[in-house]
Write a protein that binds this ligand. Structure first.
Ligand code: PEP
Ligand code: MN
Length: 367
C-alpha cells in the first residue's frame, strides 16, 4: 500500500539541530529541582537539541509513579527558560494536549501505548486540528507497521505536517537481551515506504539498561536514522521510573562522543568509482546465485517426481539434518556465520518442499 504524507523534515522545525539530533531528559519529571538540574547539566554538554520529560506516565502496573501531572509542565517550561532548549513530552489524550498547548510545550510525542489505540490517536489528532506543532509518534508496542503508519496518517489528516517517528522497540513474551526487541526491519520498512519521514531511535527503551545504549545508538546511526532520544537523570539509580536505563548527563555526553557519524553517500570520485566496481561485482554474484538457485529448484522438481514414482515421502529428516550440518561446517570454513547459513538453508528447503509437494499432488492427465 502506497502512503503519501505531507511532511516537513526535522531540520525545518528544530533548525539548531544537526545530525544526529539528540533529545534527552529524564524518563519522568519528578520534582522541579530534578527537572531543572538535569536540563541544565544536559544543556552544559552542548550536545542536546531538545529536552524530554514524561509528565503523564503510562505504567504497566498500577501503584508505580504515574507522573507529576500538570504541575510538572511548569517545571518543564522553567527548564526551557533556564536552558533555551525546546521541550517535549508525551500526550495520550485531548486533556494532555490542551494542557501542553496552554503551557507552551514545543514538541509533543505520542507514546507506544497510545499508538496502538486508533481511538486515542484520533482524539489526539482531533485536539490538534489547526495547531502547527511538531509531533513524534512512537511505534506501537506490537510490531504492526500499518498501525504505526496509521497514527502518522491520522495526525497528518488533521493538518499536522511536522511529524517524525520514534523507534522504541517492540514488546514480546519471550525475554531477550533487550527490554523491547528492536526488530530493525520494521524501521527499515517504514523508511522504505515513507523515505521523507525522519526516524528517531530511542535506545533507552529498546535496551532497558544503560550498558546497551551505545551499541543501539550506533546501530541506529548506521541505519541512517535522524537522531536519538536518550533518557538522562541527575541520579539515575534513584529515578522514580526506568532507573536501570537512565544515564547521567555526563555519561550521555560520553555516549554521544563515542558515536561514529557516517554519511549516506560521498562526493569523492575515488569513493564513487570504487563503490560502483564493488556493486558491479555484487550484481554479478547475485546473478550467479539466482541461476544456481533456479538450477537447484529444477533438481528438486526431478527428485519430487522420482520420489512420487517410488512412493517415497518428501521429507527425510536424516538427509535434512545432514544437509544443515555439512553446509554449516562448510560455511564456517568460508567465514560465514552459522545462523546465516542455517536461515538461508531453511528458506531454500521450504521452497524445495513446496515444489516437491506440487509435483507429488499433481494429477497426471489421462489420455
Ligand atoms: C517514555 O518515553 O518514557 C515512555 C513511556 O516510552 P514508551 O511510550 O516508548 O513506552
Ligand atoms: Mn521511560
Amino acid at each position: 500500500m502506497k502512503h503519501t504524507l505531507q511532511l516537513e523534515s526535522i531540520s525545518k522545525w528544530l533548525p539548531t539541530a544537526s545530525k544526529p539530533i539528540i533529545i534527552s531528559g529524564p524518563c519522568s519529571a519528578e520534582t522541579e529541582e530534578q527537572t531543572i538540574a538535569t536540563a541544565k547539566q544536559l544543556a552544559a554538554t552542548g550536545k542536546v537539541h531538545a529536552l524530554r520529560a514524561g509528565i503523564w506516565k503510562p505504567r504497566t502496573r498500577p501503584g508505580q509513579y504515574e507522573g507529576a501531572g500538570e504541575e510538572g509542565l511548569k517545571w518543564l517550561i522553567a527548564a526551557k527558560k533556564e536552558t533555551g532548549l525546546p521541550v517535549t513530552t508525551e500526550v495520550a489524550n485531548a486533556a494532555h494536549v490542551e494542557a501542553c498547548l496552554k503551557a507552551g510545550v514545543d514538541i509533543l510525542w505520542v507514546g507506544a501505548r497510545t499508538t496502538v489505540n486508533p481511538f486515542s490517536v484520533q482524539e489526539v489528532a482531533d485536539s490538534l486540528k489547526g495547531v502547527d506543532i511538531p509531533v513524534m509518534v512512537k511505534n506501537p508496542i506490537n510490531p504492526d507497521l500499518e498501525l504505526w503508519i496509521g497514527a502518522l496518517e491520522r495526525l497528518n489528516k488533521a493538518g499536522l505536517t511536522k511529524l517524525a517517528a520514534i523507534h522504541r522497540g517492540f514488546s514480546s513474551f519471550e525475554k531477550g537481551p533487550f527490554r523491547n526487541a528492536p526488530m530493525w526491519d520494521m524501521a527499515i520498512e517504514l523508511k522504505t515506504r515513507i523515505p521523507e519521514l525522519d526516524i528517531i531511535c530511542d535506545p533507552s527503551h529498546i535496551s532497558g539498561n544503560r550498558e546497551l545504549i551505545s551499541f543501539i545508538s550506533q546501530k541506529a546511526l548506521d541505519l541512517d536514522m535522524a537522531g536519538l532520544m536518550i533518557e538522562s537523570h541527575i541520579n539515575p539509580d534513584a529515578a522514580w521510573s526506568d532507573a536501570k536505563q537512565q544515564v547521567t548527563p555526563a555519561n550521555l555526553g560520553k555516549i554521544i562522543d563515542g558515536l561514529v557519524v557516517r554519511t549516506v553517500s560521498s562526493d569523492n570520485k575515488t569513493f564513487k568509482d570504487t563503490l560502483s566496481i564493488l556493486r558491479e561485482q555484487i550484481d554479478q554474484l547475485d546473478d550467479e546465485i539466482m541461476s544456481k538457485m533456479a538450477a537447484r529448484m529444477k533438481i528438486s522438481e526431478k527428485i519430487g517426481q522420482y520420489k512420487k514414482e517410488n512412493g517415497v515421502t518428501i521429507l527425510q529428516v536424516a538427509r535434512w539434518e545432514e544437509i544443515i550440518q555439512t553446509r554449516i561446517t562448510l560455511g564456517k570454513a568460508m567465514g560465514l556465520n552459522a545462523d546465516f547459513t542455517s536461515d538461508l538453508l531453511k528458506l531454500i528447503h521450504q521452497e524445495s518442499i513446496q515444489i516437491q509437494t506440487k509435483v507429488m499432488n499433481k494429477v497426471e492427465e489421462r489420455v
